[in-house]
Ligand binder design. Sequence first.
Ligand SMILES: C[S@@+](CC[C@H](N)C(=O)[O-])C[C@H]1O[C@@H](n2cnc3c(N)ncnc32)[C@H](O)[C@@H]1O
Length: 244
Amino acid sequence: MSSDLQARADAIRWYHTIDLGNGVVTKGIDDSPYRLARLDLPASLAGASVLDIGAWDGFFSFEAERRGAARVVSADYYSWHGGGWGSKAGFDLARRTLGSKVEDIDIDVMDLSPERIGTFDVVFFLGVLYHLRHPLLALERVASVTRQLLILETVVDLVGIHRPAMAFYPARELNNDPTNWWAPNVSALHGMLRDVGFDRVRTVTPTPAVWYRAARALSHKLRGKNSLHDAFHQDRAVVHAVKT
Ligand SMILES: C[S@@+](CC[C@H](N)C(=O)[O-])C[C@H]1O[C@@H](n2cnc3c(N)ncnc32)[C@H](O)[C@@H]1O
C-alpha cells in the first residue's frame, strides 16, 4: 500500500514537501515545513474560511484544514496547467491521500472579486506577489476578498533603503527566472497594504543581519541565481495585514 503510494508520488514533479502519511513524504523543491514555521499562522483556525491564492500542491491549504478551518479554497491557475510551472497532479494526489475536503478553483489573481468567489476570513498570498506584473492592482483584488486577516509572504528587495520602493525585473534578474517582475521593500509593502484597505500591517519575520545577507548572497552567486550585489539586497518577508 505505502510502496504503491510512494510510486505514485515519485511519478510527480512536486513543488511542496508534503507528508502524505505511511512514511511517504513528497520530494518537493520547496522546504515547505521551514516556510510554514516562518508564517506565524494562528495555532487554531477553528471555524474560519480560508482562501489560499497560488496554492500549487496545496501544502498551506491542507495545513489550514488541519488547524480547524471550516472551509478552505485553493486557488491557482498557472502551475495547475503546465506551461513550464508544473501540474495539478500533486494537489489531486495529496487531497485524495489526506482525505481532505479542500475545494479548488481555477482563477487568476487579477480575476478575484467578491462576486466571483465570495469573501474569506483569512487569505494566504504566499510566494505570488513577485510573479505579478501589476502588484498594487493585484493587492486590491486580494483585499477585496479578505474579510479579516491576510498572510502574505514575498521576496523583498532594496533591503536597507527605507523610502518605499520596488525593484523591477524586466528579464531574469531575480533567481534567473523570467516569471518574476517586481519585489517591494518592506516599507513599500506596508504602504501598499494600507493603501488597499488594511488597517494594521505587521512584519512577522526578523530583519536579517548583514553577515547573513552576505553569506546568502555568496551562496546565490555560487548557484548562478543572482549577482552578489543584487542578492545582498534581497530577502523574503512575511506580513500579517488586518482589517478591523
Ligand atoms: C512560487 S509558487 C508559490 C506556491 C505556494 N503559494 C507557496 O507559497 O509555496 C507561485 C504560485 O503562484 C501561482 N501564480 C503565479 N501567477 C499567478 C496569477 N497571476 N494568478 C494566480 N496564481 C498565480 C503559480 O501558479 C504558483 O502556484
